[in-house]
Structure formats: C-alpha cells, structure tokens
Ligand binder design. Sequence first.
Ligand SMILES: Cc1ncc(COP(=O)(O)O)c(C=O)c1O
Length: 404
Amino acid sequence: MILSQIAQQINPSPTLKLNAKAAVLRQAGEPVIHLGGGEPKSKASPDAINATIAHLETGEIRYAAVGGIPELKQAIIDYTEQHYHRLVEPANVIASSGAKQALMVGLQAILNPQDEVIFPVPYWVSYPEMVKLAYGVPVPVTPAGGSLYPTIQDIEKKVTANTKVILINSPNNPSGVVYPTGVIADLVDFCEKREIFLIMDDIYHQLVFDGQKAPSGYEFTKKSVDESKLLVINGVSKLYAMTGFRLGWAIGNRELIAAMTRIQAHQTSGSSILAQKGAIGALTGDQSCVRALRSTLETHRDILLAELAEIPNLKVQKPEGTFYSFVDFRAYEADSRQLSDFLIENVLVLAVPGVDFGMDGYLRLSFCGSEADIREGIRRIRWALDPNQTEPLTIGNRQVVKTW
Ligand SMILES: Cc1ncc(COP(=O)(O)O)c(C=O)c1O
C-alpha cells in the first residue's frame, strides 16, 4: 500500500504513545507512576458540566455554527477583554475542536508549500508535525547558551525570505518557562516590522505561579487586531480541566479568521455543540476552579522541586507556570529516549524524553498528577540512578533488585 508522502512523514505523538503505554501497564495491574501526563487531574469545571447536561437534555444535538455559536463567541470576547484588555468582535474569533485544531487551521490558512515556521526549542511535540501537515517547513531554533527561551537574536539567525510564521508557546510546554517581557516585546516588534505572522499559543496563560502573569502579545502590538498578524491561541482544556471536551479558540484579524473558518467548515464543521455549551459554562461560570487548579499545581511544583533536589547533579530550572518541568539528566544519561525506556522498564516511571521536544539529555516531568505520585515517582528515579544504592526497592508488593 502506498500512502501519501505526508502520511509517511508524520510521526506518532510521543506523549499520546506514552499515555497508551501507561494504560496498558495499568490494565495489567502494574503500579505505574505516570509523570508524562499532559492534563490536570481535577474534575472539569462544574459550570461546564451543568451547561452540557442542560443542553444534552433538550435532545436538540445538532450541527452548530462552524466558527462557534454567537453565545460562545461572546464568552470568548468577554474573556479576551478581561484577560488581554482587548475588545475584539465576533469576526475576530474562531472556536475549534481544541487549541490544536485552532492552530492547525491557522497554519493551513497562512502557509504555502515550503513556507517556513520558526519555533524555539524546546517546543511542544506537535508543532513540527502540524507544520508539515500544512505543507510548511518546521524550523526549530535552539536558544544560545543552554537557555530554555530564545532571544530575538537567536530567532533572527533563522529568518529567511521564506519565513512566514514565528510560533511561540509561553508558559511553555515542556519547560514551564514563562518567556520574559523583553522577549515578547522584541518578538512582536520584529514580526510587525518584517510582516511575519506571530502565533502565540497561550493555552497555559492562566497557569502561572508566584503571583506572576505571562506577558501577552497585545501589550506590545502597535496595531489593531484587524491590522495585526498576531494570532492568539487559547482554550478550556488545561485551565478548566476540560481536555476531553475538545474546545479551543483563536483570536486574529478577520480576514485570517474567515479563512480558518472556511477550512474548518470542510474538516469538522466546527466543534460539537455540547463542547461549545460546556465552554460557555466554564467561561461565564465560577472561576474559582482555575484559581484552585493554579494553587494546587504551585504546591505540586514545590513538592517536585524539593524531591528533585535530593538527586545530585540534576540541572533543574524552577517552572514558572504550566505543570511541567524540564530536567537536565545529562549527568546520568545523554540519550533521553534510552533513559525514559530504562525508567519504565526498571521502576515503572513514565517520563517523556527531551529529544521529542527537540532537546536531548532532558526528561519532561509533569506535576499534574497526585502529590503521592510525584513523591513516589521521584523516589523510584532517585533509587534507579543512585550508583551507591544497592538495597532492593519496594514497588507495590514486589521487590526490585538492581541488575545495573
Ligand atoms: C502547548 C500546547 N498547545 C496546545 C495544546 C492542545 O490543547 P487542546 O487540548 O486545546 O487541543 C497542548 C496540549 O497538550 C499544548 O501543550
């Protein structure tokens, strides 16, 4: 069977593969600790659930407006005004089946074959594949000096006549880094001068710790939303623990949003009416669930850091947001895939190899799971990596003996 060139080029999602692996091991009764997760473990926003049930009970489960029903667009407009201090219009908004689809139709609306999309390393695993799916060329840029965020000079070195988009994600998956104000200001300014699209994936923008806030692109743009090539991606998945609803959105200039809506019309006809109703519930309802999630994650971040501090020679940068930390394990193993496999096979701990985010030698450790799982996961890693530790390790009701 000869499949398309695109099909042959697209790699499976390493994070979803790891989730599947965890599910199989769990089903087999293995006491797996999953530090590779990418979603909050709290319950979805209660207002989202009530709004969804109320609509379900009407029995009128129909097609909905492709780019989002007016009530959802209004909720997104209000959200944008509250969090970004920008008043946009319905024509500037598209709701999609997750931030992922919003980003995908955005790339499809912008890119011609061979157009280049620059994104900083470490990057979210889906960016290179999504760019390829839109017939573009992914151009990862590794920040100088081992930094986990780029400077405008790093980015500038990769800009060519084919550069159409710069794509950034802050707070960042996998590093937990919030890009500094100066970096965002420089990027907005640079993109505006060079007429390059700037896509800001803001999916974690409210999950920032220590009383801080993530700088937004709107703080620095000199243009109105309709003149601007800034496309801001967002959604309810992470903030409201609603990953399974599949509802995200984008804000951008009306010409781009109209093109994205046309593309989406032929792909999925837009997101499910139930997801849209749920998102309205979340966005217009009680916001204490977001605050509670942020506070829990901050506590979990601190627990993870304290546990990691007990393992010598790791390089750990304190995550400022999200629920991920990106830890440099090169003192133990430079091949992150090998290290990830080693931890699964020997101590049943799942962590995503850094190489999947463009940076080998690192592991992404999530702190969205329970406190007990974080402690137990790091306890097992510490034991596995400690050359002086020869006592067996108890995992569940079994004893693991070191063979390495
Ligand atoms: C950086 C980033 N963008 C987008 C998404 C996708 O979000 P959604 O569930 O809304 O499609 C994720 C999910 O892991 C992510 O980490």
